[in-house]
Write a protein that binds this ligand. Structure first.
Ligand SMILES: Cc1cc2nc3c(=O)[nH]c(=O)nc-3n(C[C@H](O)[C@H](O)[C@H](O)COP(=O)(O)OP(=O)(O)OC[C@H]3O[C@@H](n4cnc5c(N)ncnc54)[C@H](O)[C@@H]3O)c2cc1C
Length: 372
């Protein structure tokens, strides 16, 4: 199924300022890849799957406006008729996204830790259409990146051979592009090869049709209120999108919840508490990794130091596949918990540092003895 609805991307294709490109593979050893999957398709698939369960009822256009998590009462407003509806639940699972109403209710609980961070960058979506024959205008099996230091543009392939293009940039820079001339000048200076791909007219239309959206990162805990309520997905841990792990982290929540329900025979007082205790370290870790990956994608990928380190990691991974798994590979291609991936990287950094020191000491001694 994934082959029919996901487009494999085997590496990053970097677009330089002069329009030339080069590839940085994700996994040169075994050619593992990430997939570009359409949101609508995935949403449709999950909704369709829910129809297989008789005990699932679906309500659309109901907005949660108030929640009492201690007694399980929820008040929704029907967005079509503005009617208020209050229901009582034995268990509330809030999967209502980065601006979660369930989390808002949780914040009233004592000892609930919460922090949020807006980054200074916003994002705006553009589109590269299919070519006149209905094919891709760029090699499809890559995540295309135009890294420009303090900002970047990326493009992901779609099933209809178009590309979803996202420009990430400080809001102050977006503000400066307030006329068609300035926009075109900016694109021709920083993303020259993209102007023809998007098309000048379409670039103007799409850019000025929308406004940049903010990116928020949320850390909080615990994720439960007694055995009554739980938050999962972005509601529990919204992260910036630069590791492509936001949705995956949500699916991991579901897997863990399922495992704990089985382990404790559906006893929610154990399940929800253990979920909170086990999960926060990993979600905090992927949140920090996602922040770091933005700097890597927009800036570090173009630096020689990054490419030397990547080449070293790839070599070690090739020679010792079970012993030296590079950070990106451990996060993306294994089920290693995120916090362990970070620990792994710290340990690798220490080893690398020791190798460099040992090499320098040996070279210095060698030079010293050869002179005497
Ligand atoms: C620009 C961008 C690019 C991204 N790219 C990737 C990527 O490449 N890979 C990846 O894995 N992740 C990516 N993400 C992150 C990903 O979109 C999220 O992690 C994922 O959608 C979270 O799923 P969720 O179900 O927890 O929340 P959401 O997808 O936000 O769903 C929440 C749902 O709750 C509903 N809701 C909200 N409030 C209420 C309310 N009061 N009452 C009733 N319903 C409510 C919403 O309508 C929505 O249907 C990206 C995010 C952004 C912003």
């Amino acid at each position: 199924m994934i082959e029919n609805h996901g487009i494999p991307m085997v590496g990053r294709m970097i677009h330089s300022l002069d329009g030339s490109t080069y590839v940085i593979p994700y996994d040169a050893r075994t050619n593992q890849c990430i997939y570009s999957v359409g949101r609508n398709y995935l949403n449709g698939l999950l909704l369709k799957e829910s129809e297989n369960y008789d005990n699932v009822e679906r309500y659309f256009n109901h907005k949660l406006v108030e929640a009492n998590l201690k007694n399980g009462s929820l008040t929704f407003i029907k967005t079509t008729s503005k009617e208020n509806i209050t229901v009582n639940a034995d268990l509330i699972i809030g999967a209502d996204g980065a601006f979660s109403a369930v989390r808002k209710a949780m914040m009233k609980q004592p000892l609930f830790d919460y922090s949020q961070q807006y980054i200074e960058h916003g994002y705006l979506e553009l589109c590269i259409p299919a070519d006149e024959n209905g094919g891709f205008q760029m090699p499809p099996n890559y995540l295309h990146i135009w890294p420009r230091g303090t900002f970047m543009m990326i493009a992901l392939p779609n099933q209809d051979c178009s590309w979803t293009v996202t420009l990430f940039m400080p809001f102050t820079n977006f503000k400066e592009l307030d006329s068609q001339e300035k926009l075109l000048e900016f694109f021709e200076k920083y993303f020259p090869d993209s102007v023809q791909l998007i098309g000048q007219k379409k670039l103007m239309e799409d850019f000025f049709a929308g406004s940049p959206s903010p990116l928020v990162s949320v850390k909080c805990r615990p994720y439960n209120v007694d055995d009554k309520a739980l938050i999962i997905g972005d509601a529990a841990h919204a992260i910036v999108p630069f590791y492509g792990q936001g949705m995956n982290a949500g699916f991991e929540d579901c897997t863990l919840l399922d495992q704990l329900l089985q382990k404790y025979n559906d006893d929610l007082s154990f399940v929800l508490k253990e979920f909170s205790d086990m999960r926060w370290k990993n979600t905090y870790a992927i949140s920090d990794l996602a922040m770091y990956n933005y700097i890597e994608m927009r800036d570090l990928v173009t630096r020689p130091s990054y490419r030397i380190r990547k080449a070293f990691d790839d070599l070690m991974f090739w020679a010792f596949p079970n012993f030296w798994v590079p950070l990106y590979n451990s996060v993306t291609f294994t089920t290693m918990p995120y916090s362990q991936c970070v620990e792994n990287r710290r340990w690798q950094n220490k080893v690398l540092f020791s190798i460099i020191i040992a090499f320098m000491v040996c070279t210095t001694f060698g030079w010293f003895y050869s002179r005497n």
